[in-house]
Design a protein around this ligand. Structure first.
Ligand SMILES: Cc1cc2nc3c(=O)[nH]c(=O)nc-3n(C[C@H](O)[C@H](O)[C@H](O)COP(=O)(O)O)c2cc1C
Length: 362
């Protein structure tokens, strides 16, 4: 894309590692619950290719690393041969249009129910404290605290999932270390109540996350690895008493592994949908981390442009706006009106409605 003085900051090119991105507008990972039986479906080909631009970065929806990784119905996995094969045509479609496609690899930990676990067993976590039953309308199952000697097996599941993602054709993986799921359940001191080397001090609580990063980097190379973190937010009752210290510790520690990017959730996103005023900022993490920074959470065209112009972030991920506007980069370029998102169809299993039927500009 040619740059000139009238080009908005979000539409300027950016070289992220070996990837020559043509603009800064990233598709945020969005769970859509349309992968029946945890297998990606052909309708995802259209969904992702609609949101692909030449040189644009897309992050696939959270994708389970094992059969214990699911916490919601019909979410995709990447632990079986069948799932890897099912991802291939989706990844191919994105590549055909020139997109760069990362797979977000995920384990929900305690954010699950008996019905979603193999043989109806208890979900696993850093703790045996569950999410409050009925929280967000779900009957969460009390988790089983992982034994210390089981943790390498879970790290290995992330490693294998990363290998499978590369096998499926993805350009890389984003480790889901955010939003109250398993990795976050280890990092946050309001959840992690362990007394072994994975609990207590900040260093100990971050050990699991960093072991996952190390294993994945060794498997596929740091230039293909990103991680998503949300130290400041407490989704799924996963909060920390000192999020600034946690975020900064992780940003510094990640530098050891030479990973491609850090994808950080804005502190203002205290609740999943709404923006709040906050004294916290991603700036200290931004300054400490040596790779690329993707910021996400509540961004629109104006503050996305501002973030890039002020070098607050290299890239900005858009969730709900991109969900409802398959041609979001085009609309930002033209400053065109946006489709409104319909929350009631975010998570329904319909292969079309609320999924691939949001209109493009004429
Ligand atoms: C329908 C929906 C599904 C989401 N699924 C995921 C997910 O799979 N992984 C993740 O890290 N975040 C997920 N999120 C959070 C988004 O990636 C994003 O951070 C959030 O929507 C805030 O950005 P926004 O204000 O641009 O929408 C989801 C959000 C929505 C609305």
């Amino acid at each position: 894309m040619a740059t000139n003085s009238s080009t908005i900051p979000l539409l300027t090119p950016y070289k992220m590692g070996e990837f020559n991105l043509s603009h800064r507008i990233v598709l945020a990972p969005l769970t859509r619950n349309r992968s029946y039986g945890n297998v990606p479906q052909p309708h995802a080909i259209l969904y992702y290719s609609q949101r692909t631009t030449k040189g644009g970065l897309l992050i696939a929806e959270a994708t389970g690393v094992s059969d214990t990784a699911q916490g919601y119905p019909e979410t995709p996995g990447i632990w079986s041969k069948e799932q890897v094969e099912a991802w291939k045509p989706i990844v191919d479609a994105v590549h055909e249009k020139g997109g760069v496609f990362f797979c977000q690899i995920w384990h929900v930990g305690r954010v699950s129910t008996y019905a979603l676990q193999p043989n109806g067993q208890a979900p696993i976590s850093s703790t045996d404290k569950g999410c409050t039953p009925g929280f967000e309308g779900v009957d969460w199952a009390p988790p089983r605290r992982l034994r210390t000697d089981e943790i390498p097996g879970i790290v290995n599941d992330f490693r294998l999932a990363a290998r499978n993602a590369i096998e499926a054709g993805f350009d890389g993986v984003e480790i889901h270390g955010a939003h109250g799921y398993l990795i976050d359940q280890f990092m946050k001191d309001k959840v992690n109540d362990r007394t072994d080397e994975y609990g207590g001090s900040l260093e100990n609580r971050c050990r699991f996350a960093l072991e996952v990063v190390e294993a994945v980097v060794k498997e596929i190379g740091g230039d293909r690895v990103g991680i998503r973190l949300s130290p400041f937010v407490d989704y799924m009752e996963s909060g920390d008493s000192n999020p600034d210290a946690l975020g900064l510790y992780m940003a510094n520690a990640l530098n050891r592994f030479g990973i491609l990017y850090l994808h950080a959730i804005e502190p203002r996103m205290v609740k999943i949908w709404d923006r709040y005023e906050t004294p916290h900022s991603l700036l200290p993490m931004r300054k400490a981390f040596k790779g690329s920074l993707i910021a996400a959470g509540g961004y629109n065209r104006d503050d996305g442009n501002k973030a890039v112009a002020e070098d607050y972030a290299d890239l900005v991920a858009f969730g709900r706006l991109f969900l409802a506007n398959p041609d979001l980069p085009k609309r930002f370029e033209l400053n065109a009106p946006l489709n409104k998102y319909n929350r009631s169809t975010f998570y329904i299993p319909d292969p079309v409605v609320g999924y691939t039927d949001y209109p493009f500009l004429d």
